[in-house]
Design a binder for this molecule. Structure first.
Ligand code: MN
Length: 285
């Protein structure tokens, strides 16, 4: 199942290039009041919503995907977790490119641990990326994003798949510089998720997916998730050894080699095998 959020926060069931409005399924969500339970309610109650989404999707009229404004399919992640230097060739390029490392020695992911991106940075592909600070370098980082379903702490690798709800395409936009990652990667619009949330039953193995990112049609990043240094189960084990994971938490799994600057006017196209493709326009903030 592929779910998207579009226009005025409608819930859509995506089938190819068609989207069926299944927002009425949200009536099945439990009423909640302050303090809200942690996690994204749609992901937390996906099992309850799913039969109604499928029932409504069978009869709701199809709308062309291209006519809709796509927002982040995960509306309320409690955490957006990032994985630094998690592909060997990106580690290699980071060590030799001063525009990436700013004179700092670049070490491996186990040295840095993980980082968090602000929830206020989150947008969908239809909302685009807005770059400020025109004198600085703003890079695309195309990534596989994992969405947590069942929460937990100290999740062993062997049980990691029990805790996955599904996957999205992710852009971990980054302004290069000396500041902490959580600061440089949390500007408004610097976390893009889309085009849909794809439930895990559609992806037999997230560790064998081709990923390609193009800017204005030119290929910039091309890899397969088999080259992740910490693979998806390891990232879930690692993240949950430090913090409790909740439904809807997102793990951006890291970017491959080929990171490069974008500027206002550019169009970023990210495609991951079996997960789809999203186009994201860059504008000035
Ligand atoms: Mn990244």
């Amino acid at each position: 199942m592929r779910l998207c959020r579009f226009d005025n926060d409608r819930l859509g069931l995506m089938r190819g290039d068609a989207v069926h409005d299944v927002s009425a399924a949200l009536e099945a969500l439990p009423a909640s009041r302050w303090p809200f339970p942690p996690g994204d309610p749609v992901i937390a109650h996906l099992d309850r919503l799913r039969p109604e989404i499928e029932r409504l999707g069978a009869s709701a009229p199809a709308r062309p995907l291209a006519s809709l404004l796509l927002k982040s399919p995960i509306a309320n992640p409690g955490k957006i977790i990032g994985a630094p230097v998690n592909y060997q060739k990106h580690l290699d390029e980071s060590r030799v490119d001063r525009g990436i490392n700013f004179g700092n020695e670049v070490k491996e992911i186990g040295y840095y641990g993980l980082f968090l991106k602000a929830g206020s940075a989150l947008v969908g592909p239809g909302e685009g990326v807005a770059t400020g600070f025109p004198d600085r370098r703003h890079d695309h980082e195309g990534e596989l994003a994992v969405v947590i379903g069942k929460g937990g702490k100290n999740i062993p690798k062997a049980r990691a798949f029990d805790h996955i709800a599904g996957y999205c395409l992710g852009l971990d936009m980054t302004v290069r510089g000396t500041e902490d990652r959580s600061f440089r990667k949390s500007l408004d619009t610097y976390a893009v998720l889309g085009p849909a949330f794809v439930t895990k039953d559609e992806i037999a193995d997230p560790g064998v997916l081709d990923l390609e990112l193009r800017v204005n049609g030119e290929v910039r990043q091309k890899t397969n998730t088999r080259y992740l240094i910490y693979d998806v189960p390891r990232l879930i084990e690692y993240a949950s050894s430090f913090y409790t994971l909740h439904p809807g938490d997102v793990i951006m799994t890291g970017t491959p080699e080929g990171v490069a600057p974008v500027k206002p006017g550019d169009t970023i196209t990210l495609e991951i095998e079996k997960l789809g493709r999203m186009e994201v326009k860059v504008r000035a903030a």
